[in-house]
Design a protein around this ligand. Sequence first.
Ligand code: ATP
Ligand code: MG
Length: 742
Amino acid sequence: MDLLNAMNAPQKEAVMTTEGPLLILAGAGSGKTRVLTHRTAYLIQEKKVDPYHILAITFTNKAAGEMRERIDRLVGFGSEAIWVSTFHSMCVRILRRYIDRLGYDTNFTIYDTDDQKSLMKDICKRLEIDTKMMKEKMFLSVISSAKNEMIGPIEFANRAVGDFTKRKQAEVYAEYQRALKQNNALDFDDLLLLTVELFKLDKEVLTNYQERFRYIMVDEYQDTNTVQFELIRLLAMKYKNLCVVGDDDQSIYKFRGANIYNILNFEKQFEDAKVIKLEQNYRSTQNILDAANAVIQNNIGRKAKRLWTENGEGEKIQLEQLDNSYEEADYVVRDIDRKVRNHEYRYQDFAILYRTNAQSRLFEERFISKNIPYKIVGGVNFYARKEIKDVLAYLKTIGNGHDDLSVQRILNVPKRGIGATSIGKIMDFSIEHGCDFYEALCHADAVPKLGKAADKVRPFVNLIESMRVLSQNKDVVELIKAVLDQTGYVAELVAEGTDEAQARIENIDELISKAADYMQTAETPSLNDFLQEVALVADIDSLDEDTDYVVLMTLHSAKGLEFPNVYLTGMEDGLFPSYMSITSDEIDGNGANSEVEEERRLCYVGITRAKEHLTLTAAKSRMVRGETQWSKLSRFVKEIPDDLLKGSYSREREVPRFESPGFQNTPVRKYVSPSQQRQFESATTGAMNLNYGVGDRVSHMKFGEGTVTALVSGGRDYEVTVDFDTVGTKKMFATFAKLKKL
Ligand code: ATP
Ligand code: MG
């Protein structure tokens, strides 16, 4: 039949093994997801299984959407009765029907992160917890991990004896659950946990769903956590027709509680399980696969598997080591532009992948200036991110204060105890007097019935005024740092200590780097000029309406997807693998650094997204928090044999040494992530190749031609003074000035 025609032997076997537990353990691009969709069709068409009895679970909404489409296409009529769902949406459906059996009302509310935060705030207040010492977010994150491990408040409390912090957490956990229930609300983790509870408590409900879902399939099984495993185990217990597919080499969600043993121990957990391995890859060229294999084989204690393909060798992997991150972004964007102009590809055939969200900024700016449509998948455009908007709102308020929306945005950010009612009164006052909102703030004492709130407004006005004084010296970097410092904005994020807060800090650091770059290149730097420049690149209007666009995303979001052209960017030790992982002392049973191994799996995921062309890029220097940092080529890149690579890079001399006499070679510091930078002393040294010296004629992109009058080693970089023919003398950092010798 048609369904089996386009299948190799083990794929066919997997499709036709419809009864009993089945594990398909296979590398990337070997057709795992495809087997699931074809298996679904086979069950219906050949085995005459009622679509009603099939459940297919996957990880993200995007993946579920794609799977649904593929299945609809294969199955046609009747396919809507199949449940194709993420874990969460499946649980919502079940709980909406039966949660009353757990004492909740079936019209329960689902709390999102903001709801959770405000509930937690109330609880901390009620329990008189000093939230400076113990943050609300910390409690939420501890509770979430406990729920993923299926540890309820009582068990949590039993384990907490003796430890003060843990006891507090237990107290908060119990209170949090009580409050949720009282509000008839569930958080995301509850959706899974309560479904498991329901199944365990109520045999009738469990049997009902076991009867319904006689055939269960799970994609990306390597990333399931403990509660998800239990859910599947319970559902599959009766008919045991459970087919899971996954790749232990692609397990990348340990930080969210994913339990890699779910896949490694499948054969132990499900008796008589059949295991099928798929080794032929249909996605990538042999060179890309060889690179992926070369990298992943450095992980100790993995199940050995090797991928091969009939797709042919293909092109070598392009490796480009650029002088700095600006040139990296330039290189990638030009390359895409060229290939599209040559009619080789459309924009949608390209994906740019990176380790941290903050890296998107430089690419976005290049795309905007070149008018190339792009989209950030699973994330938000850099200048639309909350923390960036907040900081820019501060700068706008300092810059002029006429932008009422900006002032209102930050008046109570971070929290100053100025509520919506007070803001309303101030607004009324400003309307009545025909003045700006900020002016009204300056006259808070005159605002009727404002009362005590006026006392809270005054420090804000003082802060803005003092920042205005500071802004007169025109150093935007210094100004931003002062704002962050005085408002405690970053300190609050540091105290939160969550992954999300860390990403926000990295974004803010990236904005500081933007400002530093601006200071280097602007003719007459000023706050308002900076804001204008940002407004130009932050203009992201109608890009989304295009259907043909380049996608940008983190490596984590790229799981399961494929593209003809993939750029893996920021391939530098300290960025990828992250400094955090390199310095981690978490050692696994095999004596390996498990954090670096997780990063290596992420690298494997990234490489294997590429179908035809894979480009790896690295920058020798990168601005972090406005300061230049030097880094070596990623160890993952070095794990790829030379004969698979082409391009301009240097393995031995990762960091260029300054070659003129008189400058010593100095040891180069590892890349330090922005938050660590604050913890580690910042004695950095580096050197670079300058092909010009004092007295030479040089040209600058913006300022034109001039003569170098001084060259001073600034530790991380060289400070060059140039006497330009038209604009006069300017001092700048060599890395960013990009001077060309004439
Ligand atoms: P990942 O681990 O990245 O999720 P996967 O194992 O799920 O990968 P698929 O996405 O199912 O792999 O398949 C990869 C590509 O190979 C898809 O474009 C798919 O259509 C194609 N493919 C898989 N098997 C075959 C086959 N037998 N014949 C032709 N194309 C195939
Ligand atoms: Mg897949």
